[in-house]
Design a protein around this ligand. Structure first.
Ligand code: FAD
Length: 309
């Protein structure tokens, strides 16, 4: 009969989960790492990563994902391809239900389910997703060769991806609801120096219009002026929402945004359950701290198991 109980289960194989898997495997813990998609998580949506140490020339998101995955495999991380659809964390033995296959149980759980891009929630967005509305410049930029695209957002991701898009598009218009960017200064400087990026400040996109694909954006400035911008595509890069649909948010005491609060050791409100990476309630969501928290979470899990026995 297939094994169904583990001392440790790690949910999600983005940077947090892959690091947790690496630490658990090296510590020879009885563990299982569950992932429903490709290992790497949101890093696979990222064109180029310049701010992860150890890569002086930067590294593509794809290559970083592959390297993290290969490093975990070198220590024989125990991985399962599966979608966790719900869980019961009310008993000391935690129970996870999978979309396919038998339920799994564990003594300690590390939630690394991450996040996904936040939509604008405006008319036309859903209908034109995949037809000019995109949340991933890395995936879709090559479709916009010699065209005009808009990027919505003002943080690191939006500005960095706007720069990336200029490798393909003739013109990139960055639309931001404030009068200054939130992105790190060095990224801002690159964007301001790029002749193919222009900026529309203090404005929100209120509607996306087009028949076969995106044709125009309706904008409203903070002082109420309305305008129309003709574009061939729009990249929505305005932050992330938690991947939390399978989590019991009440007992994990999720915050208002649905993220999971923890202490500095990544321990949640439920004994034996840790949360690491973008699913955690926190200000900064980056690869570096996701990986760090994955490591911290395994050490917290080890301590929990030691105190159990
Ligand atoms: C476009 C873009 C550009 C970015 N650029 C940078 C950058 O340059 N530098 C930087 O440091 N950070 C960047 N980030 C942020 C960085 O990618 C995230 O902070 C990091 O990936 C978070 O890692 P994580 O492991 O917490 O979650 P994720 O990467 O979101 O991984 C979570 C994993 O859990 C899996 N999962 C979720 N639910 C389930 C379930 N029910 N069952 C099984 N598996 C599940 C998902 O499939 C996913 O693989 C960028 C993000 C985006 C979107």
């Amino acid at each position: 009969m297939a094994k169904t109980h583990y001392k440790l289960i790690i949910l999600g194989a983005g940077p947090a989960g892959l690091t947790a898997g690496l630490y658990a495997a090296r510590a020879r813990m009885d563990h299982l790492l569950i992932e429903k998609g490709a290992e790497g998580g949101q890093v696979l949506l990222t064109d180029w990563i310049d701010n992860y140490p150890g890569f002086p020339d930067g590294i593509s998101g794809f290559d970083l994902s592959e390297k993290m995955s290969a490093q975990a495999k070198r220590f024989e991380v125990n991985s399962l391809f599966g979608n966790v659809v719900s869980m019961d964390l009310t008993e000391p033995v935690k129970r996870l239900e999978l979309e396919d296959g038998d339920p799994l149980t564990c003594d300690t759980l590390i939630i690394c389910s991450g996040a996904h891009p936040r939509p604008l929630g405006i008319p036309g967005e859903k209908e034109l997703t995949g037809k000019g509305v995109s949340y991933c410049a890395t995936c879709d930029a090559p479709f916009y060769r010699n065209m005009h695209v808009a990027v919505v957002g003002g943080g690191n991701t939006a500005v960095q991806e706007a720069i990336h898009l200029t490798k393909f598009a003739d013109k990139v218009t960055l639309i931001h609801r404030r009068d200054e960017l939130r992105a790190t200064k060095i990224i801002q400087e690159k964007a301001f120096a790029n002749p193919n990026i222009d900026f529309i400040w203090n404005s929100n996109t209120t509607k996306i219009q087009g028949t076969e694909g995106v044709e125009e954006l309706h904008l409203k400035s903070n002082d109420g002026k309305e305008s129309v911008l003709k574009v061939d595509g729009i990249f929505v890069l305005i932050g992330v929402l938690p991947n939390n649909e399978m989590l019991p948010l009440d007992i994990l005491k999720a915050d208002d945004g649905g993220f999971i609060p923890t202490d500095l050791e990544t321990r949640t409100a439920v004994p034996g359950v840790m949360a690491a990476g973008d699913i955690r309630s926190k200000e900064v969501r980056q690869v570096i701290n996701a990986a760090g928290e994955g490591a911290t979470a395994v050490l917290a899990a080890e301590n929990y198991l030691t105190n159990l026995s």
